[in-house]
Design a protein around this ligand. Structure first.
Ligand SMILES: [Zn+2]
Length: 306
């Protein structure tokens, strides 16, 4: 046979070249997958529903921490440097941690104003927009309340914005994105009907929360907000404020507690007034039962209506 004429070294060389070739083909295919970086897990959760496996979707902020105060890591800069699209919540939720990372990543494809930068807050009517800025109003919500995505009815609005931008960034995937987007919206709307029905059980009740994070959810389902454990957004409670809360607490049915603020004030009020504390996820992955964009709301609705 002809190939008996090859020396062992030549065969090893050919073998290596074939492997290298296969590796390069794989690398090229991978590199052609668009890289989409999102600030929070819930945005990645929606995006993945539309891209399927056709994109690499990376969320930066770990879900168990305070979304206003994510600790920037060098690895986030590397992820932003390779991104074709950056999707943020906006309304200044990321103001404390993201701008410096974008500067350091130095990726012209994802800077503000380009088609590679998508701010979801532009698609939502925000509540609590201050008419005049004052430090007394707290420092963390100067453009209004940024936690709009915790009303499940907001998710289809955000999904549409993400879908349309994906089609602009990767037009060759238009058919795939359209098919996945339609499937997602149908499935999500079906779940919305179920959540809406479940939430009628708590309509008209009163709640306390730590931070004004569940306001859009409470307004959607007719739950009255009797007060917040923090006196203004971003400021920890003093005993005087807790004493004031006690004056209104007799009407309250439950205390909503996120996973990242201290539990002590909620536990104190709960024990003193026999009101249950309900721990709610604020993002996909914040609690073990909130694994994706569907189970995030299954967990929120299930825990409130239990
Ligand atoms: Zn906030």
């Amino acid at each position: 046979m002809k190939y008996k004429n090859f020396s062992k070294i030549q065969l090893i060389l050919i073998h290596t070249l074939v492997l290298l070739h296969l590796f390069l083909i794989n690398t090229t295919v991978w590199a052609k997958k668009p890289v989409i970086v999102t600030t929070y897990q819930y945005i990645a959760g929606i995006t993945e529903q539309i891209t399927g496996n056709s994109a690499t979707v990376i969320a930066l902020a770990p879900p168990q921490f305070d979304p206003h105060y994510i600790v920037p890591k060098p690895s986030y800069i590397a992820k932003l440097r390779n991104a074709n699209l950056l999707i943020i919540n906006g309304a200044q939720l990321e103001i404390g941690w993201l701008p410096q990372l974008i500067r350091q990543a130095n990726n012209p494809a994802i800077i503000t104003g380009t088609k590679g930068f998508l701010d979801l807050s532009n698609f939502v009517k925000k509540i609590d927009v201050p008419t005049a800025l004052s430090r007394a109003m707290g420092d963390v919500h100067p453009e209004g309340n940024p936690h709009f995505y915790l009303d499940p009815h907001t998710i289809p609005v955000l999904a549409k914005a993400i879908y349309e931008r994906l089609c602009t960034i990767v037009p060759k995937n238009y058919n795939l994105y359209s098919k996945n987007y339609t499937t997602f919206i149908e499935k999500f709307n079906a779940r919305l009907t179920v959540w809406d029905a479940q939430m009628t059980k708590v309509k008209g009740k009163s709640a306390i929360e730590y931070h004004k994070i569940y306001d859009y959810l409470l307004i959607r389902y007719g739950i009255h907000l009797a007060g917040t454990i923090e006196p203004v957004p971003g400021i920890p409670p003093a005993s005087k404020h807790i004493a004031e809360l006690e004056n209104t607490i007799y009407t309250v049915s439950f205390i909503l507690q996120d996973v990242y603020h201290p539990y002590d004030a909620a536990q104190y009020l709960s024990q003193k007034f026999s009101i249950p504390v309900i721990v709610l996820p604020h993002d996909v992955g914040a609690t073990s039962d909130a694994n994706d964009i569907f189970s995030l709301f299954d967990a929120i609705v299930g825990r409130i209506t239990q």
